[in-house]
Design a protein around this ligand. Sequence first.
Ligand SMILES: [Zn+2]
Length: 241
Amino acid sequence: READTLAAQLSRILVWWLDLRRDLLPGDRLQLLYEPVPGPGEFRVLALVFSSESRGLSRRAYYFKAERATYGRYYDEQGQEVEKRIENGPIQEYEQVTELMDASGRRHRGVDFKADVGTSVTAPFRAAITRVNWHTRGNGNCLELRYLDSGVSALFLHLDEVLPESRPGKIVEAGTVIARSGNTGRSTAPHLHYELHAPDGRLLNPFEFHPTARRSLEDTDLAAFQRLRKRLDQSLSAGVN
Ligand SMILES: [Zn+2]
């Protein structure tokens, strides 16, 4: 159980750097610091160094919680987030992307955002609400939008609730709160599942369809991060290689 949760934690960081469908290569090296957190078998990775001779790659990630942030996140040595963010995405306050869409969409058809139950879910674009709460055994409470400019359909699954005013046929502007995220249907932890379909039904990767960016720490947050990073680097270099 410990090994599984640790492996899951690691893959959620490495996935932004590597194609995890391929095995690790000879000469790939992984060094990490982690600590137990409350909950059975739960760990948090505090720092991670990945280096690969064959890929010519060396990356570092450090866990840090900015002063005003709800959740801690992973940053590189310059204080830039490891994860990309969707600009004007469906959920602003989330802890981590816990699963991306795989290339074919066969293993996972959308993107999972880990977030506390009750977090606001917003319409990324001006849209028509086309369906709510269908196949609820699997989907849980759910909502579908059709983006008016692109004709793309967006599914929001495992919601705590669809807001009462979010009724099929209604037009909502970009940024409108439409639902609260939850843990309903076939879901084992609180998260939002966000899935996109082109008008012809083809799956679209949300991280390709939307503009994305990486955020960086600034000012006092950046200074605090750099102090923490130095301490973590010392612990890493004191460890056994
Ligand atoms: Zn999902």
